[in-house]
Ligand binder design. Structure first.
Ligand code: ADP
Length: 220
């Protein structure tokens, strides 16, 4: 479960990106964080994963107070999450298989188990037949699916995606929506920051609407 209670976040310089935010996301839910550019969506996701810390209030993930974690505990917190963030670029000098293998190598997985998991993740996103190709040869939609395979290969309980359909045409965005739905159907908590109304219409998730850093009464 993820729980925000009276969370405020000011960035250095004093800009208040989030003001008094409280909500709870139970395990296994699909939730969209919506709102205009600059509303605070990315900041919310960064607080969940301790990329940023709240200025006041508490952020609790699976019973852990994220804002109070010591640095050594942060990698353990992050194991709960699969992150699909725009600044997590694919490695264009490695093939599709190696891009998905990388997070398991970093975590020191047994090689045979890791290979099995990489193939299962690539199969899940429909890219198994392209495991030896390089990301540069993939379409935009395929590259985004590769990012998803890399995010889920360690089987996280929570999937966080920041504007996952930003650079995709609507057909690809629809495919991606179905993929997120399939993870949610097997119990993964799926949290997507987006202003893609088509995706919301298709998946009909609960929404947490933000407006200028505050919870909006209704979706803006
Ligand atoms: P969104 O994801 O909804 O576009 P963000 O959470 O990225 O919104 O940003 C919310 C506000 O906080 C914006 O005004 C942005 O400029 C500001 N902001 C985000 N990150 C930083 C930072 N590292 N330092 C200063 N201001 C920031």
């Amino acid at each position: 479960m993820i729980s925000f209670s009276g969370v405020c976040k000011s960035y250095p310089g004093g800009f208040e990106a989030l003001k008094n935010i409280s909500f709870t996301i139970p395990n296994g839910e699909m939730v969209f964080i919506t709102g205009h550019s600059g509303a605070g969506k990315s900041t919310l996701l960064k607080l969940m994963t301790a990329i940023e810390r709240p200025t006041s209030g508490s952020v609790v993930v699976n019973g852990q107070n994220v804002g109070a974690l010591r640095p050594g505990a942060i990698p353990f917190l992050r194991r709960n999450f699969g992150l699909i963030f725009q600044d997590h670029k694919l490695l264009f000098d490695r093939n599709v298989f190696d891009n998905v293998m990388l997070p398991l190598n970093i975590r020191g997985f047994d090689r045979r188990e890791a290979v099995r998991r990489v193939r299962a993740a690539l199969d899940k996103v429909g890219l198994l037949s392209k495991e030896k190709t390089h990301p540069i040869t993939l379409s935009g939609g395929e590259q985004q699916r590769l990012c998803i395979a890399r995010a889920i290969v360690h089987r996280p309980a929570i999937l966080l995606a920041d504007e996952p359909t930003a650079n995709l045409d609507s057909a690809y965005a629809g495919d991606l929506g179905e993929l997120f739905k399939s993870f949610n159907q097997v119990g993964v908590t799926v949290i997507i920051a987006t202003h893609d109304e088509n995706l919301a219409a298709r998946l009909k998730p609960r929404t947490i609407p933000l407006q200028h850093g505050m919870l909006a009464e209704t979706a803006p």
